[in-house]
Design a protein around this ligand. Structure first.
Ligand code: HEC
Length: 308
């Protein structure tokens, strides 16, 4: 009795699930979800080839220095880089004295306390400081940016899929909104104060195009021309470095470990061959039940004159 009730309850659940499945499928077929502007107009990042790509990749220090210059002269007006300290820049090839000078001349000062009065004050940055944020806090940052918050850029290239290429595409992707989009999705018209950019997830970005003209940043002689495209590439390479400054060490460790494992595999295989070479060809007498052993014992008994 109890058992049949159990089966009935189970069957009822399965039936309800089945019904809801078919209802769901028929609803989906009769009124499919409306396409959205994001679905149709969002683009994946463009291709960006950097020296640090691939398992053997190494940073192009010259490019990182240019990228740092773009960050310093353009992006740092709005974006913090809170996980990077000035002395980290030595990895880009700057000398200790150059880093000191960069810190000393940084446009924002570091919050501090006046030692004489105890009042809040600011002081010049030191090599050991991290990059000071451009705004005192989130409220100030939003107030200056149309209520949008410029995110910290330290880990940006890790936080987005294909980060280096994403930042590059975003910086070079500002464009007028396609007329076709507005025609098809009137409600998706770029609101005032936002900027159309098909590489941004929801297509409209609060950041005004930061790189707009060739020569916005002056590169030292011997560097490529500072076109918008070049500056965007360079600052993207720099942000790949800030997000993973130990990338070269990681690559080197990976290669060393792979070589070691390959070597260990070869040694292991040779040891295996060495041990089994003779073992497999030798026939062993393995115990009293082995016919060869029985023959032997029979012979020994016969020799000793023992019967049976
Ligand atoms: C005038 C201020 C300003 C400047 C200058 C600026 N940005 Fe932005 N940035 C913003 C704001 C505001 C946002 C937030 C946008 C949003 O959430 O819609 C943002 C967002 C971003 C994002 C994040 C996009 C995402 O996927 O969330 C990246 C990356 C970025 N900026 C890179 C840069 C780089 C690189 C530079 C320098 C070349 C730069 N920005 C210069 C204001 C600025």
């Amino acid at each position: 009795m109890l058992r049949s009730i159990k089966y009935l309850v189970g069957a009822a659940f399965a039936g309800v699930l089945l019904i809801s499945f078919f209802v769901g499928v028929s609803n989906y077929l009769s009124s499919p979800p409306a396409p959205t502007a994001e679905e149709e107009f969002h683009k994946h990042p463009k291709h960006l080839a950097l020296a640090s790509d691939g398992p053997l990749g190494r940073f192009d220090r010259q490019q990182l220095q240019r990228g740092f210059q773009v960050y310093k002269e353009v992006c740092s007006a709005c974006h913090s880089l809170s996980l990077v300290a000035f002395h980290d820049l030595e990895a880009l090839g700057y000398s200790e004295a150059e880093v000191k000078a960069i810190a000393n001349q940084w446009q924002t000062e570091v919050p501090s306390v006046n030692p004489e009065t105890g009042e809040p004050a600011t002081r010049k940055a030191l090599s050991s400081d991290r990059f000071p944020a451009p705004y005192a806090n989130e409220v100030a940052a939003r107030a200056a940016n149309n209520n949008a918050l410029p995110p910290d850029l330290s880990l940006m290239t890790k936080a987005r899929h294909d980060g280096g290429a994403y930042v590059y595409s975003l910086l070079t992707g500002f464009q007028p909104q396609p007329a076709e989009l507005v025609k098809k999705f009137p409600s998706a018209k770029t609101p005032n104060g936002l900027h159309y950019n098909p590489y941004f997830a929801n297509l409209n970005l609060a950041m005004p195009p930061p790189l707009t003209s060739e020569g916005q940043v002056t590169y030292a002689p011997g560097n490529p021309k500072p076109t918008v495209d070049q500056m965007a590439k360079d600052v993207s390479a720099f942000l790949v470095w800030t997000a993973e400054p130990k990338l070269e060490q990681r690559h080197a460790t990976g290669i060393a470990v792979s070589i070691f494992l390959l070597f260990a595999t070869i040694l292991g295989y040779l040891a295996y061959q060495n041990i089994w070479r003779t073992e497999k060809s030798v026939v062993r007498e393995t115990g009293v039940l082995d016919p060869k052993n029985q023959a032997k014992t029979a012979r020994a008994r016969g020799k000793a004159g023992i019967q049976g």
